[in-house]
Design a protein around this ligand. Structure first.
Ligand code: PLP
Length: 385
């Protein structure tokens, strides 16, 4: 289906074309000098530290958690209102995911109070996700982590460029994991980044990214090494020079595009704030978020699926962020998780609708979408649909 208003779209232009062409002409396509430049630029953007580019955001999470040296059954506390990759990464390293509820229907991030309740002797780490690019309450979360000597890993897939008290999301915990998937604020098609200020962790991630080898093919090509040792179990989570070339250009556009997103969100709020039947979360945020998603909650008295269907009829693509992970068959079967365990998460999952948001939109697009949404809700309330 060709949407008149897709949920997301990519800001790609001549500069990306030019840089990708340069890579193709260089004939070095796997991780190499362009990736090194991307890593340097990204760590500089985040305020200094170590950035390691990987094949996608899931790989970034896997490698970050692999550094935590979990033993079978060790626990990681995380939200359920996130993409399944966040929790799957815990399973990859033999951990047990312990889900904590969100703060409220206004703040869809993991609740520090709920985290505190779930800390046990087996807890090894807290894995937070900045929902929609709105930073979690990191001050409280870091205080809990400090008290119990836990690592904090940030799933910052939604949050490139988001700031929390002047510091970038993804730099606040022990490790930050980014995704550059095609619908994200910074896009390389597939791609990811691990950020840390811990040099030992950075080196481990760098090694595990390429089979546990200390050297890359690029190093061998440059004559730096002819043999290698394997110290850690590794994977092939390398990225390509094409992705890194895209990333370098996209990084230059990130702040500007996040500001465009902010203006669109402000316009949505103006258009929808007073509408009966709609609640707009994250009402108390200032200028820090990266505005990855624009989420609304539909009143329980209005059928959410019918709202989405109505918008679809107008060519407006919508989505749900997210079905709760603890209720997926895999998680129920493996860990015995049940409905009712996380009431706020489950309520938001039933009511949430994500509306189109990307830097290619303008204020008129927002007005049009909001007008159609108001019409759909009005008709549903009056029983006309
Ligand atoms: C919150 C969250 N975590 C992790 C991921 C995984 O990233 P990727 O698709 O790059 O593997 C995504 C995105 O797709 C995501 O939205």
């Amino acid at each position: 289906m060709k949407w008149q208003y897709p949920l997301s779209d990519i800001d790609l232009g001549r500069e990306e074309e030019r840089e990708v062409l340069k890579v193709l002409r260089s004939k070095w396509l796997s991780t190499g000098p362009v990736t090194e430049r991307f890593e340097k630029a990204y760590s500089h953007y985040l305020g200094g530290g170590f950035a390691v580019a990987v094949s996608n955001g899931t790989a970034a999470l896997h490698l970050a958690l692999a550094c935590m040296d979990l033993r079978q059954g060790d626990e990681v506390i995380l939200p359920s209102l996130t993409f399944v990759a966040t929790a799957n990464a815990v399973l990859y390293v033999g951990g047990r995911p312990i889900f904590a509820d969100i703060v409220s229907t206004d703040d869809l991030n993991i609740s520090p109070e709920e985290i505190e309740k779930k800390v046990s002797k087996r807890t090894k780490a807290i894995l937070v996700m900045h929902y929609g690019g709105y930073p979690c309450d990191m001050e409280s979360i870091l205080a809990i982590a400090k008290q119990h000597r836990l690592h904090v890993v940030e799933d910052a897939a939604h949050a490139p460029g988001a700031q929390y008290h002047g510091e970038k999301c993804g730099t606040l915990g022990t490790m930050g994991c980014f995704s550059f998937f095609s619908n994200k604020n910074l896009v390389t098609g597939e791609g990811g980044m691990v950020f840390t200020r811990n040099q030992a962790f950075a080196e481990r991630v760098r090694t595990m990214r390429s089979h546990g080898m200390k050297a890359l093919s690029w190093d061998k090509y440059r004559g730096h090494l002819s043999s290698y040792d394997i110290g850690d179990l590794g994977y092939n989570y390398r990225t390509t020079e094409i992705q890194s070339a895209l990333g370098l250009v996209q990084l230059k556009k990130l702040n500007r595009n996040n500001q465009k997103r902010r203006k669109l969100v402000e316009a949505y709020r103006r258009e929808l704030e007073e509408v009966e039947g709609i609640l707009i979360p994250f009402s108390r945020y200032g200028t820090g978020p990266s505005y990855h998603l624009f989420s609304i909650l539909i009143s329980p008295s209005v059928p959410r699926d019918r709202v989405m269907e109505g918008l679809r009829g107008h060519g407006i693509q919508t989505s749900i962020h997210y079905p709760p992970i603890h209720l997926f068959s895999l998680y129920r079967r493996q860990f015995g998780y049940k409905k009712g365990m996380l009431p706020k998460t489950e309520e938001v999952s039933r009511r949430e609708v994500t509306l189109p948001l990307h830097p290619g939109m303008d204020g008129d697009d927002v007005c049009w979408i909001a007008k159609k949404l108001r019409g759909v809700i009005r008709n549903l309330k009056q029983g006309r649909v």
